[in-house]
Design a protein around this ligand. Structure first.
Ligand code: ZN
Length: 91
């Protein structure tokens, strides 16, 4: 099951799993790596499990535009950091 969770600060985490072997995964092989915003670890979309993290709504932008912007401006959080942050906040 895909993780879609909110931490204690209201930030939303959407899990991105490692893709199964095949054309989709191959298509992402050339994508540039991103860095985890928490620990700076390299994250490779499709090859590493990670989280796309969005900040809570501030309510100042119309909903449709806001959700579009949120999707485009997520922070990359590596799997271990996302697990740690969600676990800490759930205690
Ligand atoms: Zn990390």
């Amino acid at each position: 099951m895909i993780v879609d969770a909110i931490d204690a600060q209201g930030r939303r985490y959407l899990e991105v799993r490692v893709f199964p072997e095949g054309k989709l995964k191959q298509a992402f092989a050339e994508m540039p790596h991103e860095h985890c915003i928490e620990c700076n670890a390299l994250v490779h979309h499709g090859f590493d499990r990670y989280f796309q993290r969005n900040n809570p709504d501030d309510g100042s932008i119309p909903r449709e535009l806001e959700s579009l912007l949120l999707e485009m401006t997520y922070d990359t959080v590596c799997g271990p950091c996302g697990d740690r942050l969600l676990r800490k906040d759930s205690v």
